[in-house]
Design a protein around this ligand. Structure first.
Ligand code: ARG
Length: 470
């Protein structure tokens, strides 16, 4: 074994080393070290293609495999950490391999460049992380679904413009979030398909002259195939931007959920109560119980959007093939992944333990003349043109408002006076139950439909669980 301890992968043509400020600017190992297990996995796969191309003997491959297995354990246990001199994760891994293997460790760089290496490591890392994120999204869906099942028959005011609009099943309200998160999971699955392509073998940009097989190394690393153009392979960061978009979309969903929880738990609404474990107190006001989980979710979504727009700005106008600007792709992704893995489980815990004030919700469901549309639609079923029906229902609201009563308090005399079309039978829809039951088209809030919907969501979650557990 030699004493070689390279700390740079590119010293040959330089008479002198980089200045301290240059080295500090260039260094990425303090953040890209988390790619170390993937760099090791990649190096193992690369060693196999070097062996297949007769560039490593079987004995050398065995030695390399043993050293990589050891190094992997040491990296995971924290026994091996990067040196202050290491520029990036690739340098650190190669230095450690050379410590174990001497010159043999230096053979493993043949046919690859950090340009294809970094993109390969990063894809492997992100495809792994996406599985954790998907798992946490599914858990949140499940939390909503359990609550939705308990509240199919709970009625509540439905809002547009945050004003009472029409009464709805509260289970329907809760289930809407399962759909939104379901689209996020579809987006992740679509992302995963497109990201399952390997850049390894592209080298710096032009491919390899050493008889290596990019397709076989791609399969070995769990990718579907190798990227078909080596320049595109080292240029492409679409998959990073796409991930950051999907993550930001999840963040936006979490922020909207958070906002609803903040409203519902306010003194003014009093619709819901936070569990102690998922709220915080105030350092000065002893009575306070604050919805910090919801607020942090709302706040962090801004950060996730920033990570997306930051990367897009980095990519804009960048010439194709590798440019060092691309080193800036990693920190926003690491941050986004970390934030999502923090906020998703907390959101799940908060939703699972929310207690709803169903009596109050049911009581206010029809308030604010929320059944006016039901009068109009009842008239339409009686053959009245909607334009007229809308006016008649509006006149009912005006009359009830002027008398300080609700729509169902209007007398029969009031009704015929407003319009001869308004027969006492209209009262059948002047109840929350009647209103909800009448909205029984597919996707509507009628409890029969909501029950069907929740069954379909059960099936959807089962499919997602299967998709992401492999
Ligand atoms: N640390 C670099 C990055 O993250 C690795 C690739 C460096 N390539 C190079 N030609 N300097 O992008």
């Amino acid at each position: 074994m030699t004493e070689a301890q390279p700390t740079r992968l590119w010293g040959g043509r330089f008479a002198d080393g980089p200045s301290d400020a240059m080295a500090a600017l260039s260094r990425s190992v303090h953040f890209d070290w988390r790619l170390a297990p993937y760099d090791i996995e990649q190096t193992q796969a690369h060693a196999k293609v070097l062996h297949a191309a007769n560039l490593l003997t079987t004995q050398e491959l065995d030695q390399v495999t043993k050293a990589l297995t050891e190094l992997n354990l040491e990296v995971r246990s924290g026994a091996v950490v990067p040196d202050v001199q290491d520029e990036d994760v690739h340098t650190a891994i190669e230095r450690n391999l050379m410590l174990k293997l001497g010159e043999l460790g230096g053979k493993l760089r043949a046919g690859r460049s950090r340009n294809d290496q970094v993109s390969t490591d990063f894809r492997l890392y992100l495809r792994d992380q996406v599985r954790y994120i998907a798992h946490d999204v599914i858990e949140l869906q499940e939390a909503f679904l359990v609550q939705a099942k308990a509240h199919v028959h709970t009625t509540s005011p439905g809002f547009t413009h945050l004003q009472h609009a029409q009464p709805v099943s509260f289970g329907h309200e809760l289930a809407k979030h399962v759909h939104a998160l379901g689209r996020d999971l579809e987006r992740l699955a679509d992302w995963d398909k497109r990201s399952a392509r390997s850049p390894l073998g592209a080298g710096a940009l032009a491919g390899s002259s050493l008889g290596l097989n990019p397709q076989s190394v791609a399969k070995d690393l769990g990718f579907d195939e190798a990227l078909a153009n080596s320049i595109d392979a080292v240029s492409d960061r679409d998959w990073v931007a796409e991930f950051l978009f999907v993550a930001a979309m999840i963040g936006v969903h979490l922020s909207r959920i958070g906002e609803e929880v903040i409203l519902m738990t306010s003194r003014e609404f009093q619709w819901a109560q936070l569990d102690d474990a998922w709220s915080t107190g105030s350092s000065i006001m002893p009575q306070k119980k604050n919805p910090d989980v919801a607020e942090l979710a709302r706040g962090k979504s801004g950060r996730l959007i920033g990570n997306l727009t930051g990367l897009l700005a980095t990519l804009k106008g960048l010439p194709f093939a590798y440019n060092r600007d691309l080193q800036e792709d990693k920190e926003p992704v690491f941050d986004t992944v970390e934030q999502l893995l923090l906020v998703l489980p907390a959101m799940t815990g908060m939703i699972q333990t929310l207690k709803f004030n169903t009596e109050l919700m049911a009581k206010s469901a029809p308030e604010g003349f929320a059944l006016a549309t039901d009068i109009a639609e009842w008239l339409v079923r009686e053959g009245v043109a909607f334009r007229i029906a809308h006016e008649v229902a509006g006149a009912c609201v005006q009359r009830a408002e002027s008398q300080g009563i609700e729509l169902w308090d209007l007398s029969d005399a009031d009704l015929v006076e407003i319009s001869p079309h308004l027969k006492p039978a209209v009262r059948s829809v002047l109840s929350v139950e009647g209103s909800l039951n009448s909205r029984d088209a597919f996707g509507g809030t009628a409890p029969v439909r909501v029950t069907e919907q929740l069954k379909a969501l059960d099936a959807m979650i089962a499919v997602e669980r299967k998709r992401w557990v492999s």
